[in-house]
Ligand binder design. Sequence first.
Ligand SMILES: Nc1ncnc2c1ncn2[C@@H]1O[C@H](COP(=O)(O)OP(=O)(O)O)[C@@H](O)[C@H]1O
Ligand SMILES: [Mg+2]
Length: 284
Amino acid sequence: MKKQKKEVEKEKRIKKEKKNKIEKSPQQKSENLDEDFYFLEPKEKPISRKIERICTGVHNFDSFIEGGFVKNSTNLLIGGSGSGKSIFAVQFLMQGAMKNEKCLYVTFEEKKHEFYSNMLRFGWDLEKLEKQGKFFFLEYTPEKVRTMLEEGGGAIENIVLTQNISRMVIDSITSFELLFSEDLEKRSSALALFSLIRKWDCTALLTYEGSPSPTKMPGSRILDFESDSIVLLHFIRGETKRERFLEILKMRGTAHSLEIHPFSIEKSGIVISKSKVTKKPLKD
Ligand SMILES: Nc1ncnc2c1ncn2[C@@H]1O[C@H](COP(=O)(O)OP(=O)(O)O)[C@@H](O)[C@H]1O
Ligand SMILES: [Mg+2]
């Protein structure tokens, strides 16, 4: 009697599992394996726990962001004029070039000759890297970006895809934003730019010239929302001199530092200090 009850219970359980849409694997079907064994068919690619990181090459910065920018992320670097955005951006590309990655620098503002000579002061020989096919310098007008967005590609996409670019900098996107007067237009063009960049398999760093103060941040909130990370460069006037600080406002998927880090521009580029700021809170 007891045995019969057990059998009935087993049958009920099997029926219930079948109802719950737990299917047999094709292997089980073909091999007619034991009815008691079922397993779930994976519907989507499993989500990996491991996030791949890209070393930025900015001294000490990577230790504050779990090892680097998230691979293929779009990162925003915000700071006022002279805060160190272009130096930071080139340092990020140099790190890639050193590892034989192909790097693209798109600029609306910098003149190539002068720019190369300024960067050579840090020992970064962009001309040599260009000849080796590791560094690409693209002078671009904001109008060209407008066409690129309308047509969905253009010269930037051409280089990214044909050269297999893995690190890209756009320095800066401020002038591009000024092209559009209407807020709605600004938002939709920013969205289009981000979705284009996301389509390319590269880690991007976009600079934005503006106040890094979170209360006075860029008008277009879409930039903040769409970017995977926001790093702020402060250049603050103290009583007797200006001082530089770096702050990480957000970085998706990353337990990043919440400290305000002093930094300096040395012979080897930007060096972030590991010491904490103990003075009164920053205001810019
Ligand atoms: N070789 C150098 N050594 C030390 N500091 C430098 C050197 N070159 C530039 N700087 C500092 O960096 C500033 C320019 O940095 P940059 O990255 O071009 O700023 P941004 O792009 O934010 O306007 C200069 O105004 C100067 O203060
Ligand atoms: Mg600059």
